[in-house]
Design a protein around this ligand. Structure first.
Ligand code: UD1
Ligand code: CA
Length: 458
């Protein structure tokens, strides 16, 4: 059986007061429409169709090949919107699931239930409803004396009696496709707004004596539709609670879930502890037994096991195991810190690899560099990697000791076991086991003997 979803996303979203199309506003790091696509995934078998209108170009560009799109040029109502998909889908699907793309909290399971209900329905429609005390402006479900669904009445045309009805139209439908394509052409134009309401298909079916089934939900939160930025923040908060809860149930400790912000795609291993004010964004992956925060902002980064990240900002970084950074470390794109690397306060690393055991305690900038195992980067060291036009590389060997306040003028290679004196400006390559000092730095020959007599390295 072929089941295709149609997501409605053509409305202007006027009440958002935004130049960004409503369905592209992010929730937990992904646009609203992304969430809608996740929700429908498991209950459908075919590629979804998104009806676009306002901001069509931007929305279509975002969707790329995750969905097919059809254009609704004038927004003449939800029934008219679905009609735009007829040419594409007629004869190609058995069931049609219609959802609005502004309700990202809806759980996929409820749509699956809806589809199951329709599969067992000898009538042409099943709908999602919710029973709630707060009607939130939703359409009311009108039932006949025998309990079957008769109509959906929009709030603004409902009678006083109908307004008392607590069963509401969520905005999720499953139709028999052949019946739907025909019925859409029979929806009357709404006299008040001149629109064609999808909800009026219910009346068409019930008048013809065809049963309309309802899958009744009990969680009002799932049904929140976003019309304003107030709703957006409600949904963001609810989504965050949901994400955090899942991580906690999977073994992550959160000292303060209310100040812990995790995007939908983030992965976290067990026994990792998240301290307050932690932000985990994008495609971040965190292993087991880490201590993150307080005050960590981490985006698109990968962290191994048993690391400590205190009050630091990471973007596009890779930490192996037992790495200890912060407070106030900044890792930018391409920063890779090997096992047991220690990076203290006010350091910045970009496009560089710090091999196992490297120590960089204070105030340094390392860019476009490779640093060998167990080397020590003294306070205030800077890789001068940019001459105003191009970036140049710095290569530092193993067990190197870079003295405080050393300027490493790239391109530059420093051999293993070498040392630089405090305040030196290194402009030429340094051979292995050689000490250089001064500005520009010069090699001091046989530094091992000299070191004994002058204690240069202290
Ligand atoms: C709709 C339902 C209402 C339900 C509520 C749940 C109708 C007539 N009413 O009301 O019963 O309780 O949702 O949230 O369906 N859209 C288009 N093209 C159009 C018009 C709308 O694509 O011409 C899209 C919008 O972008 C939006 C969705 O359809 O994603 C719903 O439209 P909206 O105007 O928000 O409907 P509601 O008044 O909220
Ligand atoms: Ca709405």
């Amino acid at each position: 059986m072929k089941i295709t979803a149609i997501l409605l996303a053509a409305g202007q979203g006027t009440r958002m007061k935004s130049s960004l199309p409503k369905v592209l506003h992010p929730i937990a790091g992904q646009p609203m429409i992304w969430h809608a696509l996740q929700v429908i995934q498991r209950s459908t078998t075919e590629k979804p169709v998104v009806v676009v209108g306002h901001g069509a170009e931007e929305v279509t560009k975002y969707l790329d090949d995750s969905a097919q799109t059809v254009l609704q040029e004038a927004q003449l109502g939800t029934g008219h919107a679905v009609m735009q998909a007829e040419a594409l889908l007629k004869g190609n699907t058995d069931l049609v699931v219609v959802c609005y793309s502004d309700m990202p909290l809806l759980r996929g399971e409820n749509l699956q239930k809806l589809v199951e209900t329709q599969k067992n329905n000898r009538g042409p429609i099943s709908i999602l409803t919710v029973v709630a005390d707060d009607p939130r402006g939703f359409g009311r479900i009108i039932r006949k004396a025998d309990g079957s669904v008769e109509a959906i009445v929009e709030e603004y045309v409902a009678t006083a009696e109908q307004l008392q009805v607590k069963e509401l139209n969520v905005g999720g439908y499953c139709f028999d496709a052949d019946w739907l394509w025909d019925a859409l052409h029979r929806i009357p134009k709404n006299p008040q707004k001149g629109e064609y309401y999808l909800t009026d298909t219910v009346k068409l079916a019930s008048k013809a004596g065809l049963p309309v089934q309802a899958t009744v939900m009990d969680d009002l939160e799932e049904t929140i539709g976003i019309n304003t930025r107030v709703h957006l923040s409600e949904v963001e908060a609810a989504m965050r609670r949901r994400i955090n809860q899942e991580h906690m149930l999977n073994g992550v400790t959160m000292m303060d879930p209310a100040s812990t912000y995790i995007d939908v795609d983030v992965k976290i291993g067990r026994d990792t502890v998240l301290m307050p004010n932690t932000y985990l964004h994008g495609k971040t992956e965190i292993g087991e037994g880490n201590l993150i925060g307080p005050n960590a902002i981490i985006r698109d980064s990968k962290i191994g096991n048993r690391c400590k990240v205190l009050a630091s900002v990471l973007e596009g970084a890779l930490l192996d195991d037992d790495v200890d950074i912060g407070p106030f470390a900044r890792l930018r794109k391409g920063a890779h810190l090997g096992n047991h690397v220690h990076m203290g306060n006010f350091g910045e690393v970009k496009d560089s690899y710090l091999a196992e055991g490297v120590k960089m305690g204070h105030f340094s900038y390392i860019g476009n560099a490779q640093i060998g195992a167990n080397s020590n980067i003294g306070a205030g060291t800077i890789t001068c990697n940019y001459d105003g036009e191009k970036k140049y590389a710095t290569e530092i060997g193993e067990d190197v000791f870079i003295g405080s306040d050393t300027m490493l003028v790239a391109p530059l290679k420093i051999g293993s076991g070498a040392r630089t004196g405090a305040g030196s400006v290194v402009t030429k390559n340094v051979a292995e086991n050689t000490l250089v000092v001064g500005m520009p730095a010069r090699a001091i020959k046989k530094w091992k003997e000299k070191r004994k007599s002058n204690n240069v390295d202290k």
